[in-house]
Design a protein around this ligand. Structure first.
Ligand SMILES: NC(=O)c1ccc[n+]([C@@H]2O[C@H](COP(=O)([O-])OP(=O)(O)OC[C@H]3O[C@@H](n4cnc5c(N)ncnc54)[C@H](OP(=O)(O)O)[C@@H]3O)[C@@H](O)[C@H]2O)c1
Length: 369
């Protein structure tokens, strides 16, 4: 029995939508067949209503052509991961096997368990520091840690929350947070230690791939204090595990208001200036877009030229179409805690992604999107 998503399983999943899914909705990434839209689980209150909402939405997403699920241990204090776990179980009974779905999560932020404890400092002291899982000096910005012992603990918790034996993509969550406090060389040292651990977990089979889920780190000028160079980071993985390394996914915000991955030359690969999309392509890394609706901010009142270029029914569809059609984006994540939103967004499953000409119309006005 497979422990995670497989080439065969994800292919079989896509085949279930033959005829219903438009060409281009499913893509190949790192040997898996993945949908151009993915379901996110970030926003919302840590309560039972939201738990049930996400579980139902995730089931509906997989039933309607989305086989990428994105979570993080700290989302809604571990409750979002548990909603994913509920959905994975329900889906297995509905004929969607674990092998067909790409389950992704993240570690790095300290998080309580289910609810905010009355005394958070005491909780983290007793649960982590006293047990030797991290020391105070390994914490950055009061909330972030990448120490291997901590990641091992967090991965164990995530596997339990998700009810799976293997996480398909395990991301370091916003690692650039640490650059506000520690020098670049120390930062890269910590990344190296984290990658050593993640490669060992890949060898052990508790994760399939690993990556970085970022907010600012790959989206600003190379000179910014918390900017990261993908080639430098991929090189650490190569030094550890050679060409077969498992550092294969990067997540970054990408939407109609945040287009840097496509437009900003902030990366250097082999001495040449590149955009993130170009750099990731050269380095064999898959890019996943987060916040495809910018948390709802690009879901309405878009300028008329967007509709002229992309057509479609409404601005939500256009915003998602932009993210999933961009060259270099494998999957665009959209947070959905309501089945009605899943039903609306999966209408795009039956629509082909925008072609390059349609897409270029957006940028032909001179000032860009
Ligand atoms: N640094 C990181 O690692 C990072 C940062 C941000 C996001 N992410 C990932 O990316 C995912 C997507 O980003 P996000 O959730 O922050 O923001 P988003 O996807 O841009 O927006 C989610 C919001 O849009 C609403 N929505 C979805 N479909 C809609 C529709 N058809 N009509 C109207 N509203 C709709 C959702 O409502 P309902 O919930 O009510 O359905 C939710 O409030 C996250 O869930 C997370 O998995 C990662």
């Amino acid at each position: 029995m497979s422990r995670g998503a497989t080439q065969e399983g994800t292919k079989k999943y896509a085949a279930k939508f033959r005829g219903a899914a438009a060409e281009g909705h499913f893509r190949e990434a790192q040997g898996l067949t993945i949908s151009s839209l993915g379901a996110g689980t970030y926003l919302g209150q840590p309560n039972e209503n939201m738990d049930a909402g996400y579980a139902a939405a995730l089931v509906a997403a997989v039933e309607n052509g989305i086989n990428v699920i994105d979570s993080a241990i700290n989302y809604r204090f571990q409750r979002s991961e548990r909603s994913v776990g509920t959905a994975v179980k329900v889906l297995a009974n509905k004929g969607f096997a674990r092998e067909e779905v790409v389950v992704c999560t993240k570690g790095g932020y300290l998080t309580p368990d289910g609810t905010m404890p009355a005394d958070p400092n005491r909780y983290f002291f007793e649960e982590y520091i006293q047990k030797g899982i991290f020391s105070a000096k390994e914490i950055a910005a009061g909330s972030h840690c990448m120490a291997p012992r901590f990641l091992e603990n967090q991965l164990g918790r995530s596997l339990k929350n998700l009810g799976v034996e293997c996480v398909d993509v395990y991301y370091l969550h916003n690692p650039e947070t640490q650059l506000s406090e520690i020098p670049k060389a120390d930062f890269l040292g910590r990344i190296r230690e984290a990658f050593l651990f993640l490669e060992s977990e890949a060898a052990r089979g508790r994760i399939q791939y690993y990556g970085m889920a970022t907010w600012n780190g790959f989206r600003q000028n190379a000179s910014a204090g918390d900017a990261m160079q993908l080639a430098e980071i991929a090189n650490l993985a190569k030094e550890i595990a050679g060409e077969q390394h498992r550092f294969r996914f990067v997540q970054l915000p990408y939407n109609l208001a945040m287009t840097e991955a496509l437009t900003l030359g902030n990366q250097t690969v082999g001495g040449n200036t590149k955009t993130m999309m170009e750099a990731a392509g050269e380095l064999g890394i898959t890019l996943i877009a987060s916040a495809a609706l910018l948390q709802g901010q690009v879901a309405q009142n878009l300028p008329a030229f967007v509709a002229e270029a992309l057509g479609l029914e409404n601005d939500v569809e256009r915003a998602l179409q932009f993210a999933r059609s961009s060259p270099g984006i494998a999957t665009a994540l959209v947070g959905m805690s309501r089945v009605a939103h899943v039903e609306a967004n999966t209408r795009l499953v039956g629509r082909a992604p925008a072609g390059i000409e349609e897409f270029n119309k957006l940028f032909s006005r001179g000032e860009g999107v």
